[in-house]
Design a protein around this ligand. Structure first.
Ligand code: TMP
Length: 210
C-alpha cells in the first residue's frame, strides 16, 4: 500500500503577532478531524535543537553564527523529526521554519537573501511547507503585546526598526507566494482567527494532497 506523504504546515509572524496561542489549538483540531499530527517548533524540536535554541535566544553571537546555527538546528530537525513524520504520512505542524530566517536574519538583521537561499538549497532543496499561516499585526500592536513579556530574549529586545524590516520581508514573501503563505490578520478576535484557520484546515484535508 502506498503511503501518502503528510502535509507540512507552518506558523510565522513577528514576535508579538499572536501565533503561538493558535499552534496547539490547530494541532488539537487536526487530531479531532482524524489527522495523525506531530507538533514541533524552530529553533528546537529535537534534544540538540532545543540546546541550540537556548544559545540562539540568549547568547550574544555574530550574525553569520546565528544564521548557521538556525540551519544547523533545522538540518537536525528535518532529519530526525520532520522528514520521517511526513514520510510516515503524519502531518507536521511547525512553529516557524525557513521563512523566519529570511525575515529575521535576512530582513531584521539585514543579511540579505543570497546566503540564506544557499543554505536553504543545501538543507532542504526539495521541501517547502504546504501551507504557511503568517500572523500579521501592525508593529504598535506587536510591541504592546511584547512589552507584557517579562525576561525578553535577544530577539524580543530588538528595536522597532528591526521588527519593521522583519515584517516587511514576511509580507513580501507572502505576496510572492500567495498560494502557500496566507496572511492572517491577527488584530481580529481569537474566534475569528480560528474560524479562518478551521476553514483552511478543512480545505487542506479535502484537497491538500493534490
Ligand atoms: P518563538 O519565540 O516564536 O519560538 O521564536 C524564537 C525566536 O527565534 C523568534 O524571535 C524568531 C527567532 N528566529 C529567527 O530569528 N530565525 C529563525 O530562523 C527562526 C526559526 C526563529
Amino acid at each position: 500500500m502506498k503511503i501518502t506523504r503528510g502535509l507540512f504546515l507552518t506558523f510565522e509572524g513577528v514576535d508579538g503577532a499572536g501565533k503561538s496561542t493558535h499552534v496547539g489549538w490547530a494541532e488539537e483540531l487536526l487530531r479531532s478531524l482524524g489527522i495523525n499530527v506531530v507538533s514541533t517548533r524552530e529553533p528546537g524540536g529535537t534534544k540538540l535543537g532545543e540546546k541550540l535554541r537556548e544559545l540562539l535566544l540568549h547568547e550574544p553571537m555574530h550574525l553569520e553564527c546565528e544564521t548557521l546555527l538556525m540551519f544547523a538546528a533545522r538540518a537536525e530537525h528535518l532529519k530526525a523529526v520532520i522528514e520521517p513524520a511526513l514520510s510516515r504520512g503524519q502531518w507536521v505542524v511547525c512553529d516557524r521554519f525557513t521563512d523566519a530566517t529570511f525575515a529575521y536574519q535576512g530582513g531584521g538583521r539585514e543579511l540579505g537573501y543570497e546566503k540564506i537561499s544557499v543554505l536553504e538549497n543545501w538543507v532542504h532543496p526539495n521541501l517547502q511547507p504546504d501551507r504557511t499561516w503568517l500572523f500579521d499585526v501592525p508593529l504598535s500592536v506587536a510591541r504592546e503585546r511584547l512589552n507584557r513579556t517579562r525576561d525578553q530574549d535577544r530577539f524580543e529586545k530588538e528595536a522597532d526598526s528591526f521588527f519593521e524590516r522583519t515584517r516587511d520581508v514576511y509580507l513580501q514573501r507572502a505576496s510572492l507566494d500567495p498560494d502557500r503563505i496566507r496572511i492572517i490578520d491577527s488584530t481580529r478576535t481569537i474566534e475569528e482567527i480560528r474560524q479562518e484557520l478551521k476553514e483552511d484546515i478543512e480545505y487542506l484535508i479535502r484537497f491538500g494532497d493534490n
